[in-house]
Design a protein around this ligand. Structure first.
Ligand code: SF4
Ligand code: MG
Length: 327
């Protein structure tokens, strides 16, 4: 089946004074229909920038997409659309939810106003039909007494309820793709699980594909079929979720898995060091400063992104040793 979204060789640079520095590079991925596809990585890995590029929402300048294509529904390259065309797609065919629903909701307007706004922009429904659609979607996201909730303001709702409302707004126009950037990070654990369940349910009911962006491998395990691990602006490993958890290849992925709660009985492991800044990006492998398995070649030359097993890509010299010996 044709993918709903296909990113080819995406590169994002940042212009600083006279210099152009790279922040995201060589992003290749495909999201299938009804698939929940995860991007996991620490903050600063470029996962949010990638999602903003899909939405045409990169702050440009200083950020710019300097290379690549993003195909949506096969034929449309989102990077070639005008801002007017993009506005028609955003909130309609592709919608997004963020970590902090409070900042995405307008405190001065009722929940009804905020739902209606999106419908007014994207549909030609009558006021009565719009209201009915609002009630229906609020019920769908598991909020009882929708008529009552619609009269309320964001501050009157709990964090979990606000995130449900954000999801309702995002699902209102029946999007083909929902981008969820850390959708549960600000919520406590029980509510987190409920929101993730809700998203899976909506995927089934609406046949929506979901791009799940998170720093939390637990969220990935809970929801995704396939996952890309991002580090310092690059995808370092990509495969199905079972292979990632049981047969991780990249030293960074292994470190992330080790740092998951419950993996060790003693103090929680964390990968030493930090994601390099754009100004100090290593020349070869970007993980070299933190990698326990680094070799000489890693400092000098960036490894290729290769298929190392069936449907399993990894960008690391350990799997290109033959070549490493000859370079
Ligand atoms: Fe580690 Fe080298 Fe692989 Fe990079 S290429 S992850 S430094 S072994
Ligand atoms: Mg982010």
């Amino acid at each position: 089946m044709a993918p709903i979204l296909q990113i080819k060789d995406l590169q994002i640079d940042v212009k600083m004074d006279e210099e152009v520095l790279n922040v995201v590079k060589n992003i290749n991925l495909e999201i299938g229909k009804r698939e929940i596809y995860g991007i996991v990585g620490e903050s600063g890995s470029g996962k949010s920038l990638t999602s903003l590029a899909i939405m045409g929402l990169l702050a440009s300048p200083p950020l710019q997409v300097s290379k690549g294509e993003i195909f949506f529904e096969e034929d449309k390259d989102l990077l070639k659309l005008s801002s007017r065309e993009l506005r028609k797609i955003r909130g309609n065919k592709i919608s997004m939810i963020f970590q902090e629903p409070m900042s995405a909701l307008d405190p001065l307007f009722t929940i009804e106003d905020q739902l209606m706004e999106s419908l007014k922009f994207h549909t030609k429904l009558s006021k009565k039909e719009m209201k009915r659609a609002c009630v229906k979607i609020i019920e769908k996201v598991g909020i009882p007494r929708p008529e009552q909730i619609m009269k309320e303001y964001p501050h009157q709702l709990s964090g979990g309820m606000r995130q449900r409302i954000m999801i309702a707004i995002a699902m209102l126009c029946n999007p083909k793709l929902l981008i969820a950037d850390e959708p549960t990070t600000a919520l406590d654990v029980t509510i987190q699980a409920q929101i993730l369940d809700l998203m899976k349910e909506l995927r089934d009911d609406f046949e929506t594909s979901i791009l799940m962006i998170t720093h939390d491998l637990g969220v990935i395990a809970e929801t995704c079929q396939r996952v890309a691990v991002m580090y310092a602006g690059e995808i370092v490993e990509e495969t199905d979720v079972v292979s990632l958890f049981h047969r991780p290849k990249h030293p960074y992925t292994k470190g992330l898995l080790k740092s998951m709660v419950g993996d060790r009985s003693d103090a929680l492991y964390s990968i030493p060091g930090k994601v390099p800044s754009v100004e100090q990006m290593p020349k070869g492998c970007r993980f070299v400063t933190r990698c326990p398995e680094a070799m000489d070649i890693c400092e000098k030359v960036s490894p290729d992104d290769l298929e190392v097993a069936d449907n399993h890509r990894c960008k690391c010299w350990l799997y290109q040793k033959e070549m490493a010996n000859h370079v």
